[in-house]
Design a protein around this ligand. Sequence first.
Ligand code: 13P
Length: 242
Amino acid sequence: MRRALIAGNWKLHGLQENQSWIPALETAVTTPPSNDVAVCVPATLITTMAQTAPDWLSVGGQDCSVHEKGAHTGEISARMLADAGCSYVIVGHSERRADHGETDAVVKAKAERALEAGLTPIICLGESLGERDAGNAEDVCRDQLLASIPEAPAAKVVIAYEPIWAIGTGRTATAQQAQDMHEILRQAWPGDDHDALRLLYGGSVKPANAAELLAQRDIDGALVGGASLDAESFASIIASAK
Ligand code: 13P
């Protein structure tokens, strides 16, 4: 049985604008959720978040280095994230693939470092609008999956399907589009343990559409950007998880 995971991704938003986020979330979530919940924050906030988060809220990073240590100015290793209090780390987000030219091979190496450090990598993939319109979405996502995953049991990783055209646009994939892609990705998982693979949907997930998305058979949770910055909205999405 797969446990749902609702993970927030704060991206480049800090505590300055989110001072009261944890108290507000604790007010809105009255009983500890039965599913897993995490928030992936900028690196400078990890320690504070890990020290102040309620027991049921895990903390994640948004990226990690392909290196373990050494002369790599500006990098943060997966082990450093774990030491700071992280349980998860996002790797291969489309914004990093676009802004920093991260290839599938780089994403795979980062996921490997995450596993070595005892973190659960949340490996992101998804097609562009052009790729969807050209009818290539399935092939693009299947290829990204196979090239970005480390050799590991399905239960050790999380995959997030985030169609690029749905990120921050308010244009969500329909529940059917998301379910169809999740089913394809589950079947494409190379091991025979694909039933243990947790597949999150990401892209304009909001309180208004979360329940329908999360009710789909192969959608095991959500990776939530903008709506995770607002504690009440995030609480409402947490409550929508099966
Ligand atoms: P939005 O929920 O703001 O569309 O962002 C999705 C995302 O990129 C999460 O990683």
